[in-house]
Design a protein around this ligand. Structure first.
Ligand code: 1CP
Length: 339
């Protein structure tokens, strides 16, 4: 248990080498994943614990990553609330929520109804993965889930969502409350099934001002993280494109903050001395090839203190990423000599 570099980094203990994993390492650029997708839909893969466990572990067959993230989507637990959606390729919600009636129609599911197939996948991955690899559970943050539920799909800057937040703050509050309760139950179920740490993805964190975020969103995220924290499972909070909110995020109860490539992660690490940091190479750098990736990795390692640093990208791996760039990143991290 204690030999997991990820867990040591999350508690900011001394490590012989920094842990490394990559967001979206499972689906996306691996040829063996693409081959599986030719015969199975994403829903079929993530809906089968056996296939989903296989996909979760695919990247570890190629690279010595220090964590395996369970293969599912942030939308996976939402059918238990009565939400219907498809992937095209991002989530498309059949009946977007724009009113109190829409929020009232959401079910308050029992914890064991929330994506039981994902919970079983977590257990399988934990059983199969080597002991020194951390298994990561995850969920979408209430606001990021609400973004899809209200807007109906991923749209630049989510104008319908922002209009809804302004026009119907009370309805939004009820929606976020339901989502945070369900996501807390879901993460606790993943931790009980064997997840060594959990990551909350707040990909669309940055859409509101700091004042509106404090008023409308923060209380729900705080409650979600507090509730999950009672289990003792370490929490990673991923925040994307929200420079004006980062210091407020770093006050939330999470062991680590995962930042995108726009953030000066070394300065953030110095400011948040009681938090681990995760990130933050620009995923597009890997499209620039091995040399560009090696330079970015070496620069990151030189600037960021080893203790409490989990190496990752600033957002998910892009589908067209050359495998040689991933290899160059792994090599740079493994070559570092830590005093
Ligand atoms: O390595 C992995 O792929 C792990 C599993 C994983 C995770 C952690 C998937 C599989 N999705 C996610 C998280 C996720 N899903 C986030 C948070 C992280 C991020 O910002 O990237 C978000 C916002 C989503 C929503 C989503 N689902 C998108 C984003 C695009 C949009 O339109 O807004 C997409 C493309 C999906 C579908 C999906 N989820 C996962 C995969 C592999 C896919 C593509 C399905 C396919 O193969 O066609």
């Amino acid at each position: 248990m204690n030999d997991k570099l990820m867990l040591k980094a999350l508690t900011r203990e001394h490590v012989p080498r920094r842990p490394l994993w990559i967001m979206r390492q499972a689906g996306r650029c691996l040829p063996e994943y693409r081959a599986m997708r030719e015969t199975h839909s994403f829903k079929a893969l993530s809906g089968s614990p056996k296939l989903a466990a296989d996909v979760s572990l695919l990247p570890l067959r190629r690279y010595p990553f220090d964590a395996a993230i369970v293969f599912a989507d942030i939308m996976s637990p939402l059918p238990a609330l009565g939400v219907q959606f498809d992937f095209a390729p991002g989530p498309v919600v059949a009946d977007p929520i724009r009113s109190q009636a829409g929020v009232d129609a959401l079910r308050d599911p029992d914890a064991e109804c929330l994506a039981p197939e994902v919970i079983e996948t977590v257990a399988r991955v934990r059983e199969i993965a080597p002991d020194d690899v951390a298994v990561l559970g995850f969920c979408g943050a209430p606001w990021t889930l609400a973004a899809y539920l209200v807007e109906g799909r991923g749209v630049k800057d989510f104008p319908t969502l922002r209009a809804f937040a302004a026009a119907e703050p009370g309805v939004l509050d009820g929606l976020l409350a339901k989502l945070s309760t369900a996501m807390a139950d879901y993460l606790i179920a993943q931790a009980n099934a064997g997840a060594d740490a959990v990551q909350v993805f707040d990909s669309w964190a940055g859409l509101l001002s700091l004042a509106d975020w404090e008023r409308l969103i923060r209380p729900h995220l705080q409650r979600l993280l507090d509730t999950v924290g009672e289990t003792g499972v370490p929490r990673i909070l991923f925040v994307q494109n929200a420079p004006h909110l980062l210091d407020a995020y770093a006050k939330l109860p999470a062991e680590a903050i995962s930042v995108d490539w726009r953030t000066d992660i070394a300065a953030a690490q110095r400011r948040w001395s009681d938090r681990a940091v995760q990130g933050n190479i620009d995923p597009a750098v890997l499209l620039g090839g091995e040399d560009a990736t090696r330079r970015a990795a070496q620069d990151l390692l030189a600037r960021v203190e080893t203790r409490g640093h989990i190496v990752n990208l600033g957002h998910g791996l892009l589908p067209e990423t050359p495998l040689a760039s991933i290899g160059a990143l792994v090599e740079a991290v493994h070559r570092e000599v830590v005093p």
